[in-house]
Design a protein around this ligand. Sequence first.
Ligand SMILES: [Zn+2]
Length: 250
Amino acid sequence: MRNYKTKAIIIKQFEVGEADRIISVFSRDFGLITLKARGVRKILAKLKGHLELLSCTQLEIHKSRSSLDTIIGAEAINPFKKIRQNLRSTSRLYLVLEFLNKILPEGESHPKIFDRLLYLLKSLDKNKNKERRIIVITYFCLQVLRELGYYPHFRECIKCQKDLKRGSNFFDFYGAGTVCRDCGERGAFISVSDQAIVFLRFLIENKNISLQKIKISPKVSFEAYALVERYLETTIDSELKSKKFVKLID
Ligand SMILES: [Zn+2]
């Protein structure tokens, strides 16, 4: 029996029984973990303020041999209040969390993805502009896909390997890449504009870019985001439930 500490982002939580609470976190050291906050009201009340959804918190955890590990201490490092208060423009974040929850195995550490998620939260917390937020989220998703080995290609045709010519290109979700007009056919793949291809290529190929400087029309950034969202669903082989929620409040 030992206690351990880790920095974690609270991604899901629900009440069980009288006062107990099950909390899913994405931790820097242990990846996704499911924890319990014990029902003693006084203790929970003290912890509660530090365990809000989306906040980044330093956790102290008691290791259990038989059931879920228990949170015994929590101190919020960054509560990201503005994100929680502004659901309308941050709803897509829930889609991202749902994706991470599905694709990452429990207990597998991914510090690079943790750092990227923390950066994403910081960017969303200070960026009010909706178009900017779409760019930041699209970039995050692409870099996570890259980190996990689901790299989508936007450079040459994945069928004939020739460089893409301008106009009438497609994207093949199952082949994870662009298809040229000679190899593709409408109906089998989705059309993708030249501008979106250039934009997506830039975002996937560069690991550390300053997103503030990017100038792109909202039409192109939304097209790129929609493609990435559908590609996320292809990789987990199911629909993201949060899509309905995004549609509802968008
Ligand atoms: Zn081709």
